[in-house]
Design a protein around this ligand. Structure first.
Ligand code: NAD
Length: 492
């Protein structure tokens, strides 16, 4: 029996897409086909947008506390289904159970922050802007918004956006990554169980055809996209041409800077978690270490290579490792694995030293899984292909800098500016780094500086094609029109 073909959730109904092909959804750990995902056509996607448009007039006038009441119900259902969602993420993505659990918790946290909309969504009033004249700013919802998701956080990333959009009175269409469609399908079921009115939230499965239909639709007020910077640029360009709001969060190469005064032992452990958690496929994963000075370079290299060799690589659903905090599963697909291997060869060809080679890893119990072992390059120079490229796998490059200035230069000259961290006990170094490193998210002795839900998430330079980042208070500006009213009344 072939596994089930997933359905779209449109206007409150589960609909079998017509006339569309489908792809196999694979468990990257076992190679087993666990579902088939339909590739919705532009027309089918248009029906989801139509449902969101029809639901908008009723939803926008639903009192904000009632809208948030439904989100509270959703939060409750996420909590009740936490373990099931956790396992679903691990099944479709291959990350460890603790990583999947953290993903569900962050989704929940975003839902709860969005429930603050009765306060967050308030406007402003200026009494006496001119003689007898007052100014008022009100926030209004705009209509249907769309979200196009990446494979690496199948569940959490859509929650950076849609709870805020719904709380603000907009309606929504999500297109998850075709590689990991299962967890958002389960979320759509929970949204149905929470009894959101039909059409307020819609789910469409598919690939770039469905994504493009969202971007091109004149009925969509704005698009939140998360994925590679190449696609960010395409989407941001089309949104500008069609006068849509757009926030597009893109690729990364996050640097960790080790200063001479850093605490060596906890720093190495922290670096290992940052570089190899989710097999290096977090948008906040670090993959470039910059050591300041010869002594730090020699010691970090020795210790990091040794610790990398000890990382536990395993089937994340194996009960024997289920409670380990640091387990590395497979990368997402055979295609991704091939690309990573090509990049390792590129590093060898351009003269970096392959200090640890993960290509030979054998997993006798999981021969069809897309596993690779931790891989480390030393003697890497800024500008080498393995430094310039987002490899998105368990491959780490180590560079040397002569000073903090040079280290900041390496970070700032990179095409991507998502996150960067410094390890130091020195407040002066830390302050300079947080002010001068041109990245959207900075860590100080924190290897994965992913902000909590109430703070903005997003990078700088080629990692972000937007003015407004995901989650946090600022995202309210993306999902509302600020209308400014200037008023006066003449005396009777
Ligand atoms: P991707 O760009 O390949 O795909 C993302 C989504 O775009 C998918 O839903 C896909 O169907 C769709 N898509 C693909 N081509 C398209 C096109 N031409 N037009 C319209 N839509 C298209 O990204 P991915 O491989 O799924 O995700 C990994 C990437 O996402 C990495 O680069 C990672 O750094 C990035 N990411 C960034 C952040 C961040 O916060 N900056 C967060 C998570 C992931």
């Amino acid at each position: 029996m072939p596994p089930d073909r997933l359905k779209n959730h449109i206007g409150g109904n589960w609909i079998d897409p017509e006339n569309s092909g489908c792809l196999d959804v694979e468990n990257p750990t076992t190679g087993e086909v666990i579902a088939r995902v339909p590739l919705s056509t532009a027309d089918e996607t248009g029906r989801a947008i139509g449902a969101a448009r029809s639901a908008f007039p009723g939803w926008r006038v639903t009192p904000v506390a009632r809208r948030c009441g439904l989100l509270f119900k959703l939060a409750d259902l996420l909590r009740k289904n936490e373990e099931q969602l956790t396992r679903l993420i691990t099944q479709e993505n291959g990350k460890s159970l603790p990583d999947s659990r953290a993903e569900v918790k962050r989704a929940l946290e975003n839902t709860e922050v969005a429930c603050g909309m009765p306060v967050l969504g308030q406007g402003d009033k200026l009494i006496g802007g001119a003689v007898g004249i007052d100014g008022e700013v009100i926030r209004l919802p705009l209509g249907p918004f769309g979200m196009i998701g990446p494979f690496n956080f199948p569940l959490m990333v859509p929650f950076w956006f849609f709870p805020y959009a719904l709380a603000a009175g907009n309606t929504y269409v999500v297109k998850p990554s075709e590689q990991v469609p299962l967890s958002m399908t389960r979320v759509a079921e929970l949204i149905e169980e929470a009894r959101f009115p039909p059409g307020v939230f819609n789910l469409v499965h598919g690939d770039r055809t469905a994504a493009e239909a969202i971007v091109e639709s004149p009925d969509v007020a704005g698009v939140s996209f998360v994925g590679t910077s190449r696609v960010c640029r395409l989407i941001a360009t089309r949104c500008a041409q069609t006068n849509k709001r757009c926030q597009a969060l893109g690729s990364a190469k996050n640097h960790l800077v080790a200063m001479p005064d850093a605490k060596m032992e906890p720093m190495i452990q922290n670096m290992i978690t940052s570089c190899y958690g989710c097999a290096g496929q977090r948008c906040m994963a670090s993959s470039a270490i910059v050591c300041v000075g010869d002594r730090v370079y020699d010691e970090v290299t020795r210790r990091f290579v040794e610790a990398s060799g000890e990382v536990l690589v395993a089937d994340p659903l194996d009960p024997a490792v289920a409670d380990e905090t640091m387990v590395m599963g497979p990368v997402i697909s055979a295609k991704a694995r091939r690309f990573i291997i090509e990049m390792i060869q590129a590093g060898i060809d351009e003269g970096a030293t392959l200090a640890l080679d993960g290509r030979g890893l054998v997993m006798p119990n999981r021969p069809r899984g897309h596993f690779l072992g931790p891989t480390v390059f030393t003697d890497v120079k800024p500008g080498m292909k393995i430094h310039n490229t987002e490899i998105f796998g368990p491959v780490v490059v180590i560079l040397k800098a002569g000073s903090l200035d040079e280290a900041i230069g390496i970070v700032n000259n990179h095409q991507y500016g998502n996150g960067a961290s410094i390890y130091t006990q020195n407040g002066h170094y830390a302050r300079r780094f947080k002010l001068e490193a041109e990245c959207g998210m900075i860590g100080i002795n924190i290897g994965i500086p992913a902000p909590v839900a109430s703070l903005p998430f997003g990078g700088m330079r080629n990692s972000l094609f937007a003015h407004i980042k995901g989650q946090g208070r600022a995202v309210i500006n993306f999902f509302t029109e600020q209308k400014t009213i200037t008023e006066r009344y003449w005396e009777e």
